[in-house]
Ligand binder design. Structure first.
Ligand code: ARG
Length: 427
């Protein structure tokens, strides 16, 4: 099939602006540019400027969809409920936004009678995987074009291409960082940080600039695993995320510097700043420590890394992810309550948690007069708990010597024979 109309995931940056024109000239298609607002630029994207730029590049149509509520409620919240951290650390900032962007691309393609969608990802990253796998999950009949992957231009050549074609851009020739951000955090790659030994230059940070010095508390309220309030004030989801992010970020906390494994097999040095998501996951998983029954908590903890991998690997729309969401949702029934975070320069720690559904039983836990625990139950329980190990020790382990010398008497041979030797059968 040769595509005629394409909906391009447009950011307003150099690559996707050049992509608009390149698709028109090289692929002979009409381009509809679609930008999805997931809270990038600290929640202040300039819709009019983006539309104007896309049109100047040659798009027949350009639009910006405000998807912040949807992103918060249907993408960040499920990830929060699952305490989703890829390789134990990265809260999946970019990985979470891609399936949502694709959902809107596919919708727009249907509305505009387009037969293809396009993205501006390179061939080396995870984002191409997420865009394409998600598109195939939602509408396999759509073609996917990847101009940046196909055109083989260097950054410098793209800038020249933009100049030659009168495409307005703000990019400069210096090697800069590749940045992707949204409500859940901000990813900063490339530049001098491609050397994993290089210290990230201070200028790369924007959400986590330490300024506040006075320690303070931040109390986050949850209902069924969803954050609903800050310091007792009920807030909408987007507001909760932004409020927590601002507060925590002002103490300089929420940075990550890691080398992660991309889906395409490359190890990549990444820096992130995720004050909101990391603080929320910290608080949420702490609240689970008093509201989830032990076995449920342990099974959930076992599934969490798998959940994060699926999302990272572009399998947001997949049956396993769907099934895990159902499990996680069920687990959140009683994850209601509050967690107190203490903010200090470069630090964010939990200093308290409470819940109307708490499984923490003071009478069982205390050593004072209020103790309601039946101590006698423990003696028999502990004996049976250790019985198997005791048996092993006496026959095969370190306790063997002791048992053996105790049995130096005459009945010993017979006893051995009865257990393991020829006398075993008749006994
Ligand atoms: N490594 C992260 C991920 O795969 C961040 C990707 C950021 N994307 C970007 N265009 N800078 O999710």
């Amino acid at each position: 099939m040769v595509a005629k109309r394409v909906v391009l995931a447009y950011s307003g940056g150099l690559d996707t602006s050049v992509a608009v024109r390149w698709l028109i000239e090289q692929q002979h298609v009409e381009v509809i540019a679609l930008a999805v607002d997931v809270g990038q630029d600290g929640g202040s994207i300039d819709q009019a400027a983006i539309v104007e730029r896309a049109k100047a590049a040659g798009a027949v149509e350009a639009a910006v969809v405000d998807a912040r509520e949807e992103f918060a409620g249907e993408y960040c919240v499920p990830a929060l409920k699952a305490n989703a951290l890829y390789e134990g650390r990265y809260p999946l900032v970019s990985a979470l936004s891609r399936p949502l962007i694709v959902k809107h691309l596919v919708q727009a393609a249907h509305e505009h009678g387009a037969d293809a969608v396009a993205h501006g990802c390179t061939g080396k990253g995870n984002d191409q995987v997420r865009f394409e796998v998600s598109t195939r999950a939602l509408d396999p009949s759509l073609e996917v074009l990847a101009p940046v992957r196909s055109w083989g231009m260097t950054r410098e050549q793209s800038i020249l291409y933009a100049y030659d074609h009168g495409i307005p851009i703000t990019a400069t020739k210096e090697k800069v960082y590749s940045i992707d951000d949204n409500l859940w955090g901000r990813a900063i790659e490339c530049g001098e940080m491609e050397d994993p030994w290089a210290v990230p230059p201070p200028g790369v940070w924007s959400l986590t600039r330490p300024g506040a010095t006075e320690p303070r508390d931040l109390v986050i309220g949850f209902e069924h695993g969803v954050p609903v309030s800050v310091d007792g004030r009920a807030l909408g989801l987007v507001d909760v995320i932004e409020t927590v992010g601002r507060a925590v970020g002002s103490y300089g906390w929420g940075r990550l510097d890691m080398v992660e494994n991309r889906r395409v097999g490359i190890k990549s040095r990444e820096t992130y700043e995720c004050p909101a998501s990391l603080a929320l996951i910290l608080a949420h998983s702490d609240l689970e420590s008093i509201t989830l029954e032990r076995d449920l908590a342990r099974e959930k903890a076992r599934l969490e890394p798998r959940y994060a991998e699926l999302v990272y690997d572009g399998l947001w729309f997949s049956p396993l992810k769907q099934a895990l969401d159902a499990f996680v949702d069920t687990s959140q029934q009683h994850v209601t309550g509050e967690v107190r975070l203490r903010l200090e320069p470069n630090s964010c720690t939990v200093t308290g948690r409470r819940s109307p559904d708490s499984l923490y039983d003071y009478g069982l836990a205390t050593y004072d007069d209020a103790d309601s625990f039946n101590h006698e139950d423990s003696a028999g329980f502990v004996r049976l708990w250790g019985l198997s190990v005791e048996t092993w020790s006496a026959r095969q382990g370190p306790g063997r010597e002791a048992t053996w010398s105790a049995r130096q008497g005459p009945g010993r041979e017979k006893e051995w024979s009865a257990r393991q030797g020829p006398g075993r059968e008749p006994t």
